[in-house]
Design a protein around this ligand. Structure first.
Ligand SMILES: N[C@@H](CCC(=O)N[C@@H](CS)C(=O)NCC(=O)O)C(=O)O
Length: 193
C-alpha cells in the first residue's frame, strides 16, 4: 500500500506519524494550514482543516490518533489496552493544549495572562507532565513506541516554540536526550529556520 501523508514539518501531531512510519515508504505532501494557500488546499481534502491526514489507496483518514489506529491495524506496531489508551489520551491532551497556546500566541495574545482559557491550557500541560513523571521510568514509556513518539514530538516542539520550560523537569530532558540521536528522530527534526 502506498501512503500519502499530508502535513507540515513542524506539527507534533504530524511528526508522531512520521516517526511511526519510520522506514515505511510514503509520500510526504507538505501543507501549511496557517497560510491562505495551504488552508484552501487542506479544506478540499479535510473539512476539519487540520493536519495530518493520511491517504491510503481509496481511504482517507483524518486525525493522527485515527491514523495510528488505522496503521496499527495493518502493521501491528503495538497492542493497546485501556490503560495504554488512557496514557495516550493524556499525552494527546498536553499536545492539544499546547497547540491551542501556540494559536493564541500567533494571534497576538500574551499566553502567560491570567485568564480562564489560557490558565486551563497551561494547568493541563503541567498536570499531565506531573502525571507522566513516574511513567517515564516505567515499562509504558521505556521503549520506542507510539506513546514515546508522541511524547517526544510534543516535548521537542513545545520547547522549540517556547510554550514550556523544562528547567524543573530533568526527567523530560533525560527522556529527550535518550531518543534525540535516533536516525528517524534526526530525519524528522523540526527545521530551525
Ligand atoms: N486531533 C487532531 C489535531 C491536529 C491539529 O491540531 N493539527 C494542527 C497542527 S499541529 C492544525 O492543523 N491546526 C490548524 C487549525 O487548527 O486551524 C490530530 O490529532 O490530528
Amino acid at each position: 500500500m502506498e501512503y500519502i501523508l499530508y502535513g507540515s514539518q513542524t506539527s507534533p501531531f504530524v511528526r508522531r506519524i512520521r516517526l511511526l512510519l519510520g522506514d515505511t515508504s510514503y509520500e510526504f505532501k507538505e501543507i501549511n494550514p496557517f497560510d491562505t494557500e495551504g488552508a484552501s488546499e487542506l479544506n478540499k481534502i479535510n473539512p476539519i482543516n487540520q493536519i495530518p491526514l493520511l491517504v491510503a489507496g481509496e481511504q482517507t483518514i483524518w486525525d493522527s490518533r485515527q491514523i495510528f489506529n488505522y496503521l496499527n491495524s495493518f502493521h501491528r506496531y503495538q497492542n493497546m489496552d485501556w490503560d495504554d489508551e488512557n496514557l495516550l489520551t493524556a499525552i494527546d491532551g498536553a499536545v492539544s493544549s499546547a497547540v491551542s497556546l501556540m494559536l493564541m500566541k500567533r494571534s497576538g495574545f500574551e499566553i502567560d495572562e491570567n485568564v480562564m482559557f489560557l490558565n486551563r491550557q497551561r494547568d493541563r500541560i503541567e498536570s499531565i507532565l506531573d502525571y507522566l513523571k513516574p511513567y517515564l521510568k516505567s515499562e509504558a514509556l521505556k521503549n520506542w513506541n507510539f506513546h514515546t513518539m508522541t511524547l517526544y514530538s510534543f516535548l521537542d516542539w513545545a520547547v522549540f516554540r517556547e510554550l514550556i520550560g523544562l528547567d524543573k523537569r530533568p526527567e523530560c530532558v533525560e527522556f529527550l536526550n535518550k531518543y534525540k540521536n535516533l536516525p528517524i528522530v534526526i530525519k524528522t527534526q523540526i527545521p530551525k529556520a
